[in-house]
Design a protein around this ligand. Structure first.
Ligand code: SF4
Length: 335
């Protein structure tokens, strides 16, 4: 095999991420009580790979320390009121959100991590109280925090997760894969790609896209095939929308097994009976959930090293994010 294969796979370059983040998760003391909500993953892991675009709606509008706030249904309209004084902070918070979300969009962030259970930053399940101050449980509505709602409306395919949800290995793997993919697309577009570069981008993402959505992948191929120097801008835009939709899909063990079968297919005529048996056995263990994905990926990489495959050596699915994050080492990362 040529040394190029080895080099391309093992020296994969990863883009620097841009991540919008609730400031308190970074350890900034901006919570209502002057404390923070420092998150281990944000502060010590994500920070190594990302530049942050921080936000704290409540500190900017109300100040710190401050009374707590909550969402209240006031005559059919959700308002943000002080829990003690019932001061209505809605307009100020919305104005802040509009400006900050515009800045976040302008910076072209690849994802956001928001603080859970916050009426400003929460991604889901934020209680909406009745005007009387009561909340009757599941019969009463729950929704997003006002800032995050605005962020999601403005950037529908942005990867947004709460710090609590990111404790889940499956959600974390999906999130990290999505933000690194979004960052790769952002960097790619910044390089003013030509038709050849566009074809290469699509080729290198083939198996990653298949692991997310075969239907979307099948729609993306013809867009690339029909691209000419004349319609390049328009086709990139069309493709970019589908690319973001595809990477926002959650991965599944079944879809990944299909991809692994495809990758193995490149070597099935060359491998020995023992290699074949070992691959099959490991794939079965991955299917059963007793070994993590990385075990199967390592076998494929070994085939690439040993038998060579120019085509597979640049496939992003084999190195989608920095390996030291070790997300593929968890058996919980696939469902
Ligand atoms: S949850 Fe949001 S509004 Fe509350 S302190 Fe953190 S960043 Fe600020």
């Amino acid at each position: 095999m040529s040394s190029t294969h080895q080099t391309m796979t093992e020296n994969a370059r990863f883009p620097r991420l841009k991540i919008a983040v609730s400031d308190c998760l970074k350890g900034v003391e901006c919570r209502y009580n002057g404390g923070h909500a420092q998150d281990e993953f944000v502060k010590h892991q994500l920070s190594q790979y990302a530049d942050f675009v921080p936000f704290c709606p409540e500190a900017a509008v109300i100040g710190t320390p401050r009374e707590t706030i909550r969402l209240v249904d006031v005559k059919g309209q959700v308002r943000v009121l002080g829990s003690k004084t019932a001061t209505d902070y809605t307009d100020g918070l919305q104005e802040y959100a509009e400006k900050r979300v515009a800045l976040i969009a302008e910076r072209q962030v690849d994802g956001a991590v928001v603080k859970s259970r916050s009426p400003s930053c929460g991604l889901e399940r934020i209680k909406v109280y009745r005007e009387s101050g009561e909340w009757y449980g599941s019969s009463d509505p729950m929704r997003q925090g006002v800032f995050t709602e605005q962020l999601q409306k403005s950037m529908p395919y942005l990867a947004i997760e709460e710090e609590g949800r990111l404790q889940d290995a499956w959600l974390r793997e999906n999130y990290v894969l999505q933000v690194f993919s979004a960052a790769r697309w952002r960097e790619f577009m910044q390089q003013s790609p030509d038709v050849k570069a566009f074809q290469d981008f699509h080729r290198d993402h083939k198996f990653l896209l298949l692991s997310k959505s075969e239907a979307l992948y099948r729609r993306m191929g013809p867009i690339v095939a029909e691209t000419t120097a004349q319609n390049l801008t328009e086709k990139l835009q069309e493709y970019g929308a589908l690319f973001h939709e595809a990477i926002a899909e959650k991965g599944a063990r079944g879809k990944m097994i299909n991809v692994l079968e495809h990758l193995y297919g490149y070597f099935k005529k060359q491998v020995t009976e023992r290699e074949k048996a070992f691959f099959r056995e490991t794939l079965e263990e991955f299917r059963e959930g007793t070994v993590p994905l990385i075990a199967v990926i390592k076998i494929i990489q070994q085939f690439i090293h040993h038998y060579g495959s120019e085509y597979l050596s640049t496939q992003i699915i084999l190195h989608p994010y920095p390996p030291e994050l070790a997300l593929r080492s968890s058996i919980q990362a696939y469902r």
